[in-house]
Write a protein that binds this ligand. Structure first.
Ligand SMILES: [Zn+2]
Length: 238
């Protein structure tokens, strides 16, 4: 028998060895991003960067939480009119989430940290199915206060401020252009024709006044929301 060393504290699944996970039943936190156009000024990985950063912050604060690998290509069909966008579509996305969560039965639950609104239908359908199977899954969506969320849905003030806080070297401020705010009529058009005819630059909202300070404020707010949601859900009975 060799010496039994104390297990190191595991916070990232990609750096873990399996014995460190046995009998621990961690809470697996998965960032759900996208690879899609974000205007002329933000990178394809915008949603992934935001979701991953929020997930990392929550994992650092919640007892027993473990950061899983991000989903980086998801359902982005509405952005297909722009080069660079990759998408697996709604049906495949639903199946990916279902199988991913099923495969994590070694965890006491799975938290999906959603960074891309276009995944809503697929993720909701997947979590309904998983709930029905008796699996523990929390699907969390950021809620930004109304004053900054009025139609500012894509590559606008909110996402640009967050990226200025998280990865300023990936933001080209000189290329930022305002796009239309999204009303009901525009939304209907996006659903049928995709985003490009509605917003030729690929922006919904106005990124021109975004700031890193506001981004840091939003990160604090969203981290608080996410952490509170995870803790309440983890305490609630199955
Ligand atoms: Zn986005």
């Amino acid at each position: 028998m060799g010496t039994v060393w104390p297990m190191r504290r595991v916070e990232r699944l990609d750096e873990a060895v399996w014995p460190a996970l046995e009998h621990t039943e961690p809470l697996l936190v998965i960032p759900v991003g996208s690879c899609e156009q974000h205007g002329r000024h933000l990178p394809m990985s915008t949603d992934t960067l935001i979701a991953t950063s929020l997930a990392e912050r929550a994992v650092a604060l919640v007892d027993g939480a473990l950061l899983g690998p991000p989903l980086t290509v998801t359902a982005s069909g509405e952005h297909q009119g722009f080069p660079g966008t990759l998408s697996i579509g709604n049906q495949a996305m639903e199946a990916v989430v279902v199988e991913l969560v099923r495969s994590a039965d070694w965890a006491r639950g799975v938290v999906l940290v959603n960074g891309h609104g276009g995944n809503r239908a697929a993720v909701d359908a997947a979590t309904r199915r998983l709930d029905h199977e008796g699996r523990r899954v929390l699907s969390w969506w950021p809620r930004v206060p109304d004053e900054v969320d009025g139609g500012d849905l894509h590559a606008g003030h909110v996402e640009t401020s967050l990226l200025l806080a998280l990865a300023p070297h990936l933001v080209d401020r000189s290329a930022a252009r305002a796009g239309p705010a999204l009303d009901r009529a525009a939304m209907t058009r996006v659903m049928s024709e995709g985003l490009r005819p509605v917003s030729p630059d690929g922006v919904l909202g106005d990124p021109t006044a975004a700031s890193a300070d506001h981004g840091h404020e939003l990160l604090g707010l969203l981290t608080g929301q996410l952490t509170a949601a995870i803790e309440a859900w983890d305490r609630s009975p199955t």
